[in-house]
Ligand binder design. Structure first.
Ligand code: UDP
Length: 242
């Protein structure tokens, strides 16, 4: 496809314009960052792997009636997406305690939560992506009360779909981060990506706390075999027969 000038470069993707103003091309990079980009590296093949995993998950989510920005993949590391204005909120859904939830609350790693926890973080690197209360979110006019409720409902539905999908892969969905955007029809679309960069994924039934990790925590915590883990997630995702 005809590639136009780059319009945005993020930590893991570059967005290009296309001939159609309503469609962007997302190029998935091998670059990896963690801890607000203080740690940087490369995960060989990550761009292709994450693009394919995200494409598969977007299809599974769309099949359940949730609108996403995904259109198709013209190449293994390129995704055509609908142009949206990203809502600057990271919506995190947690099923099992890990990461910042454990650090900030003392809840023990691996604790199964009585029900999924949906949280909002402000997508702002210079502020360190702080956790927001609902009132702060409204005070900052990041979204309206009505849209906040829609985001929570969509996040819960997406969690149900992903839990089921990953169960079929022999993978436990610990937590994940999603982003939403508004298209030109004022529709809320699931946007960005869903991949081992943005989810915690544990190999179901693996008791070893390091061996079970199939996501970016391998990079964050220098656990090694990062490429193998990402490849394993892709192979399992592609193997699902729904
Ligand atoms: N996450 C993400 N991008 C971020 C922050 C978090 O994709 O900027 C994902 C992260 O991979 C995990 C979930 O959101 O799956 C919850 O992350 P947490 O708040 O525990 O933060 P972390 O421990 O990664 O700092």
């Amino acid at each position: 496809m005809n590639r136009h000038p780059q319009i945005y470069e993020g930590k893991a993707k570059i967005l290009y314009a296309t001939d159609d103003p309503e469609i962007l091309l997302a190029y998935f990079k091998d670059d990896a960052t963690a801890f607000n980009a203080q740690k940087r590296g490369t995960i060989v093949g990550k761009g292709e792997i994450n693009c394919q995993i995200a494409a598969h998950l977007f299809r599974a989510i769309a099949a359940q009636g949730i609108a996403t920005h995904f259109i198709d993949c013209p190449a293994t590391n390129e995704m055509r997406v609908k142009a949206v204005e990203i809502i600057p909120i990271e919506v995190v859904v947690r099923n099992i305690a890990a990461g910042s939830l454990c650090q900030q609350t003392g809840i023990v790693l691996g604790t199964v939560l009585p029900e999924p926890l949906v949280e909002f973080y402000y997508k702002n690197d210079s502020l360190g992506d702080p956790l927001l209360t609902r009132d702060r979110l409204l005070l900052m006019e990041l979204t309206t009360a009505e849209r906040a409720d829609i985001l929570i409902a969509k996040a819960r539905q997406i969690n149900d779909i992903l839990i089921h999908f990953f169960q079929l892969c022999g993978i436990t969905l610990v937590d994940f981060k999603i982003e939403f955007g508004i298209d030109k029809h004022q529709q809320i679309l699931l946007a960005d990506e869903i991949s081992p960069d943005s989810c915690r994924l544990w190999l179901t039934g693996e008791p070893d706390p390091n061996l079970r990790v199939l996501d970016k925590d391998r990079f964050r915590r220098d656990l090694g075999k990062i490429e193998d883990a990402y490849q394993q997630v892709l192979a399992r995702v592609l193997g699902v027969q729904e």
